[in-house]
Ligand binder design. Structure first.
Ligand code: SF4
Ligand code: SF4
Length: 379
């Protein structure tokens, strides 16, 4: 981290503490050092040469969900994300990445995914997919590439997300391709682990695959892949989240919905909402479903509270992740809705996993699954 680059950020902090009131990690850990303000001060001391990095500081900076709630609150416009990612990079350079992220990091180097499995297993979710013609998976050229992401590809709990999004693409006769074993991790977990340089190879490979297919659009169901591409890939290819792609098809009447009397609430994933600015597309989709009642969470849009699954915290501090997820579930329950929809595989895993462990009667669905269930089918 170049201290001169960040001096501007440190100097803007007026130590007001407003960021602490919105930080879900600091509300659980209850110590200043874990708060955004505390971490800004530690980074400042480090930049001045007054603090020597150790495993202790690696632990402090790792217990941050990278949710962006602090930056959205800060009246001085401090770029907290830049500071926190810069410190993670600095610590990884001096002390190595957090030991509990090493499994994913080593798998990425070996297999090009975070799961530890051979990368050809990215097709795993396709095995139980019925009703989609096999030829759509063997295209040489396509207008749109659907970039699935590691978590939805390998984690059975959320493989229904690519299955349903592909069903939607197929039903609407979209000209799409999926990279399967040729898709490599987007690199987002490496950024979170402070290993930014290792991202270049992944990025170059993925961009080359899109070019080879002649695609003008890449669509993502994972908000973190979407954010990663938007912030780090530097490409002119159009990038859309699945909710934006679906919203366009709802707007032009390619997708129409059946009536329902369901009441649902919607959780804004941090990387889709606050960190990438997509708030309206999912809500417009839901508004187009006749009879559906959407009850907003107390903290919605920019104020949305993380599900507990961000920033690699699930790997390094599962108890913290679980405690944040518990608060999320309590907020969802206060709406009275029995179903929460979201647009992120990690939010689904975190909220559904916690609800199951706590035996909470709550239906947790990704919006792709909901859309496919509710859309009128072509004869
Ligand atoms: S809200 Fe901004 S200015 Fe206030 S303590 Fe936090 S980082 Fe500093
Ligand atoms: S990014 Fe989220 S978890 Fe990290 S310090 Fe800011 S508010 Fe807290």
């Amino acid at each position: 981290m170049k201290s001169d680059e960040l001096a501007h950020e440190f100097n803007q902090c007026i130590k007001c503490g407003l960021c602490m009131a919105t930080c879900p990690a600091c509300k659980e850990l209850l110590l200043e050092k874990y708060s955004p303000r505390g971490k800004v001060q530690l980074a400042r001391y480090y930049a001045r040469g007054e603090l020597e990095l150790s495993e202790r500081y690696r632990d402090i900076f790792a217990k941050c969900l990278l949710c962006g709630a602090c930056g959205a609150t800060c009246p001085s416009g401090v770029d907290l994300k830049k500071i926190f990612l810069g410190m993670r990079e600095e610590i990884a350079g001096k002390k190595g990445a957090h030991p509990l992220t090493l499994g994913a990091v080593q798998s990425l180097a070996r297999n090009r995914n975070i799961s530890g499995e051979d990368n050809e297993e990215r097709w795993d979710w396709k095995e139980s997919l019925k009703g989609v013609p096999e030829e759509v998976f063997h295209k040489k050229k396509a207008e749109v590439v659907y970039f699935v992401g590691c978590v939805s590809s390998f984690f059975p709990m959320v493989q229904s997300i690519p299955q349903n999004f592909v069903r939607i693409l197929s039903e609407t006769k979209s000209d799409f391709a999926v990279l399967g074993g040729e898709e490599w991790c987007c690199g987002f977990p490496l950024i979170g682990a402070g290993l930014t340089r290792e991202v270049e190879e992944l990025k170059a490979h993925n961009l080359e695959k899109i070019r080879a297919l002649g695609a003008g659009k890449v669509v993502f169901s994972c908000p973190s892949c979407f954010r990663m591409w938007k912030e780090y890939y530097g490409t002119d290819v159009e990038m859309l989240h699945a909710t934006q792609f679906i919203h366009e098809m709802v707007r032009n009447k390619t997708i129409r919905f059946r009536r329902t009397d369901m009441t649902v609430t919607y959780h804004d994933p941090c990387d889709l909402g606050r960190n990438t600015g997509v708030f309206d597309a999912p809500r417009e989709i839901l508004k187009a479903v006749p009879g559906l009642t959407l009850v907003e969470l107390e903290n919605n849009r920019m104020k949305s509270v993380c599900c507990g699954g961000g920033g690699n915290v699930e790997m390094v501090a599962p108890d913290l992740s679980g405690a944040v997820a518990q608060k999320k579930i309590e907020e969802i329950r206060r709406t009275g809705a029995k179903t929460v929809l979201t647009s992120c595989q990690q939010c689904v895993r975190t909220i559904k996993g916690r609800a199951r462990r706590q035996k909470v009667d709550l239906q947790v669905m990704d919006i792709n699954e909901f859309v496919y269930q509710m859309m009128e089918r072509k004869k």
